[in-house]
Design a protein around this ligand. Structure first.
Ligand SMILES: *Cc1c(COP(=O)(O)O)cnc(C)c1O
Length: 399
């Protein structure tokens, strides 16, 4: 059996297909699903040695499993990190990192428009354990500077952020964080490791919802943590094992299957997104378009510098506000009305009438969610069909 250590030097599309795969037993090409909760020890001495970490070898799936391990190696290689830790969901990755790295009395500076549940966890749940959080627009680093206190231990940054599509300069944010002895965590879900590698730019920890573009088929919930060094890995890994937000082997196998086509899927969806953004820019029923790939995006230059492509998420404002948004939702035939992102199928969402309909208009506006805002996750379909579908739905807007 040949292992593939040379893969670390290869390109990202090769890593997505080969990294982590290689410890075969019978020459199998796909990683088997080791659907076993526990692993036998050949002797008492061997069992003791494994528990003492004197010998490598599996013990119990919450602590490690060959299928899960293959996926961890693959994503760690893609992120150019030290090691990966697979989790049950993206939220399990985020909460595990916070549980491991934040003590009572600590303070976090976070991107204001982080993923909703992340905002709630930091604001409402961790405050129960004496952890404080300040939410600022991190695309302007002066805001971060002003928010830092003596007890600030972590910067939690999402870029591009949702739904504003604001981009934070990862390299500069990392310099600022390290100047103040803070750990910088990046939620890299939106861009994914194929388009953006925060550890190369100075971040300490990357978290992912692999539910999105890494798996890419809208059929699995999964998360991943990757650290830049062994020290951070050793701080987080025991916490994950103890709190138990770990992954199941079958889940790992599905994501391994998904990640092997990630390069193809991401390239196609980014190509489609760029064309759709240009199409929307010229549409008479569209008031504005926010996409990091458009020259009028406020952080277009930073996005160009730190991303290999501008992603597959677009936000735009339609004419006739709330009604206009509803009209589009109720008339698209190919786009699917759903939250989530990064799948092969294109999704569309109108926060004001759907996910955030119960939130007051004022609160929505504060979070950057204006009535006219429509968000799309561009998939891998033929561009012409996607364009035609949006066009016919937009044309039905009255004013
Ligand atoms: C979906 C998402 C999450 C949460 O991931 P789950 O797998 O749903 O738990 C976290 N961050 C971002 C940016 C997401 O899009």
């Amino acid at each position: 059996m040949k292992s593939k250590p040379h893969l670390r030097q290869m390109h990202k599309a090769t890593k997505a297909i080969h990294a982590g795969i290689g410890d075969s037993v019978f020459g199998e090409v796909s990683v088997p699903i080791f659907q076993s909760s526990t692993f036998s020890f050949p002797s008492a001495e061997e069992g003791a040695a494994r528990f003492a970490a004197e010998k490598t070898g599996y013990i119990y799936t919450r602590m490690g499993n060959p299928t899960i391990n293959a996926l961890e190696k693959c994503i760690a290689a893609l992120e150019n990190g030290y090691a990966g830790m697979a989790t049950a969901s993206g939220m399990a990755a985020i909460t595990t990192v916070c549980l491991a790295l934040l003590d009572n009395g600590a303070h976090v500076v976070s991107t204001a428009s982080v993923y909703g549940p992340t905002h709630t966890v930091l604001e409402k749940e961790f405050s129960r354990f004496g952890v404080e959080a300040t939410f600022v627009d991190t695309s302007n680093l002066d805001n971060v500077k002003q928010a830092i206190r003596a007890n600030t231990r972590m910067a939690f940054i999402e870029t591009p952020a949702n739904p504003t599509m604001a981009v934070t300069d990862i390299h500069k944010a990392a310099e600022l964080a390290h100047l103040h002895d803070m750990i910088m965590v990046i939620d890299n879900t939106f861009a994914g490791p194929y388009l953006q590698r925060p550890l190369d730019l100075g971040a300490d920890v990357v978290v992912h919802s692999m539910t999105k573009s890494i798996n890419g088929h809208s059929d699995v919930l999964a998360g991943m943590i990757v650290t830049k060094n062994e020290k951070l890995y050793q701080r987080i890994k025991p916490v994950l094992n103890l709190f138990g937000g770990t992954m199941d082997p079958h889940q790992a196998w599905l994501v391994l299957r998904g990640v092997r086509t990630m390069p193809l899927r991401v390239e196609r969806s980014v190509e489609n997104a760029q064309k759709i953004a240009s199409f929307l820019m010229q549409h008479p029923k569209v008031r504005w378009v926010r996409y990091p790939g458009l020259p009028d995006h406020p952080q277009h230059t930073i996005a160009k510098k730190q991303m290999d492509g501008f992603g597959a998420m677009i936000c735009f404002g339609v004419k006739n506000g709330l009604e206009g948004g509803k009209t589009v939702m109720n008339n698209v035939r190919l786009f699917t009305l759903a939250v989530s992102l990064g799948g092969v199928e294109s999704l569309i969402e109108h926060p004001a009438s759907m996910t955030h309909a119960t939130v007051s208009r004022n609160e929505r506006a504060q979070a950057g969610i204006v009535d006219e805002l429509v968000r799309i996750s561009v998939g891998c379909e033929d561009f012409n069909d996607l364009r035609d579908d949006l066009d016919q739905a937009l044309k039905r807007i009255q004013r």
